[in-house]
Design a protein around this ligand. Sequence first.
Ligand SMILES: C[S@@+](CC[C@H](N)C(=O)[O-])C[C@H]1O[C@@H](n2cnc3c(N)ncnc32)[C@H](O)[C@@H]1O
Length: 311
Amino acid sequence: MLSEFGHDLQQALAARPRSISPKYFYDAEGSRLFDRICELPEYYPTRTELAILQRSVGEMAALAGRGAEIVEFGAGSLRKVRLLLQAFDAPARYLPIDISGEHLRDAAAILRGEFARLDVQPVVADYTQSFALPEHTGSGKRIGFFPGSTIGNFTPDEALAFLHGAARVLRGGALVLGADLVKDPQVLHAAYNDAQGVTAAFNLNLLARANRELGTNFQLAQFAHYAFYNAPLQRIEMHLLSRAKQAVVLAGERFTLEEGETLHTENSYKFTIDGLRALAQRAGFRPGPVWTDPERLFSVHWLHAPPGGSA
Ligand SMILES: C[S@@+](CC[C@H](N)C(=O)[O-])C[C@H]1O[C@@H](n2cnc3c(N)ncnc32)[C@H](O)[C@@H]1O
């Protein structure tokens, strides 16, 4: 039987236009490549968000109060949350959620070594589907953390659905949300077309992963990384473009790609501060403080989750 990845890739190859969820970038190799992207000179979001968090984390700690439990969505290498864990007053527990299981478990083991008194419970799950979180027990607030502008990988409807779910999980607490801002298209273009080709390798890893896990025969050299800013939709689109007419076989089924056809692999929506706050409000959050950098490249939002009942 085909895995979920195999099933979704089969559907994508059969459809026109072809597109697949960016969640499939993230096997262990994809997570390693994403960490390298974060270090690239062109990729401003990581260093900018880290600088914003460094400046604002004292205010966040005051808002969170004592004994907060931190739930991180798409936690990756757990780099940014260290700032929160150091600044917050006696955080009770940390629940990092990620789909990339091996990478998450390794990162959690390193974190445990650094924060010996912290209860760290990694949750390997797909946050776009229903999943179980350990019950919220302590008396502190539950604070969600969703950095990296990963919210931009959702369509607006998906983002709203995700925020509705987060509001339920975080009831009575808050969400700290990092969102990339609309800006000069040249800056955006450079960030997703780096000179070293790491973003290209990250994009192509989707096909390499399919060859590893699904036994497909994608010839990686026959595909080009293609990323551009779609200004009317305020999003970066990432595609894999077929350099020639070629065929690929998945689970015994043959698919033909014509020269120039693409597989759409990721959207990265860009936001205005007001647009993001309005979206959060529609999901039931009450927008609180917003922090940004002097160039207004990136934003970090404190969103109060609706009060009441159990998660
Ligand atoms: C853009 S990276 C951001 C990583 C990190 N939070 C940061 O800010 O640098 C997205 C992260 O979300 C994870 N992810 C993507 N889709 C996911 C899903 N549907 N469910 C759970 N985790 C997901 C990826 O494995 C990856 O670690």
